[in-house]
Design a protein around this ligand. Structure first.
Ligand code: FAD
Length: 235
């Protein structure tokens, strides 16, 4: 008879079923490739580029069963920094992925190239209209926002069980929900306005009167012959 709790060693490991060691390969022992560190430090400043082996290993996992070692981790401070990284990706053919709280369950916040940490420098919020609206930066932790809104007798619609770690940016990007979150309260339905950076580097603020025309213009630029990919490229 098959033992109920005996692990099947052939099924432990990567999604394809092969068992692989977790140890990082010797080629990574020196951390990020030197030219990558030099280029990105030149763009963003040294404090915003994480390149030691321990940094790469720290960011190699999220809440999913997958594991990807990034080549380098950057911590932009504003939209201009994000646009600069996108521009670098276009020029060099590299790709980048955002990571915020890292609670995604399907590997969305992992990268095998440039990982962009949009949590570290991106917290903060302002309550508007007596709590009817919250203007939050994307790295704001969801439960922090809800705690602030509770003083006004309000809360945000999405309530994922990961709310103590997940952030506004990750919740909106994943359209996260939760046990008390009906469709009209899902993340997409709760967004009144958003500022985002396109892979072309154009920043759009949907609350601005010229948002539509800027987006249309930027979209036309984006349709020119395909360049290297930027943004979320995994799966
Ligand atoms: C214990 C546990 C319970 C969970 N419960 C639920 C649940 O009840 N409901 C539910 O829906 N989910 C749940 N999740 C999944 C996950 O927590 C949510 O999807 C959450 O919204 C992810 O937020 P994050 O900040 O961790 O984002 P991350 O995992 O860091 O990123 C999520 C995605 O958003 C992108 N992203 C992040 N920030 C930005 C940004 N600023 N701009 C553009 N893209 C960005 C990333 O590239 C990635 O694709 C759970 C996860 C765990 C571990």
């Amino acid at each position: 008879m098959k033992k109920l709790f005996a692990p099947d060693a052939s099924r432990i490991g990567r999604p394809d079923g092969s068992a692989q060691p977790d140890a990082v390969g010797v080629e990574h022992l020196g951390g990020s490739p030197a030219h990558l560190v030099r280029d990105l430090t030149g763009l963003l400043g040294s404090g915003q580029v994480l390149h030691r082996l321990s940094d790469l290993v720290r960011y190699a996992s999220d809440a999913s069963p997958y594991r990807l070692l990034p080549q380098v981790v950057v911590q932009p401070q504003d939209a201009g920094d994000v646009a600069a990284v996108f521009d670098y990706c276009r020029r060099t053919g590299r790709h980048a992925t955002f990571r915020s709280g890292g609670t995604s369950l399907n590997g969305q916040s992992q990268s095998d190239d440039i990982l962009i940490d949009v949590r570290r420098h991106w917290a903060g919020m302002t309550v508007e209209n007596d709590g009817a609206r919250l203007r939050a930066r994307p790295g704001t932790i969801l439960s922090h926002a809800s705690a602030v809104l509770a003083r006004y007798g309000r809360r945000l619609g999405p309530d994922p069980a990961s709310a103590d770690v997940a952030t506004i940016g990750g919740v909106v990007a994943n359209n996260a929900g939760g046990m008390r979150c009906s469709l009209p309260r899902s993340a997409y339905h709760c967004v009144a306005g958003i500022t985002f950076v396109l892979p072309s580097g154009t920043t759009i603020n949907t609350e601005s009167p010229d948002a539509e025309s800027s987006f249309r213009k930027a979209d036309r630029i984006g349709r020119r012959p395909a360049g290297p990919s930027c943004g979320n490229t995994r799966r």
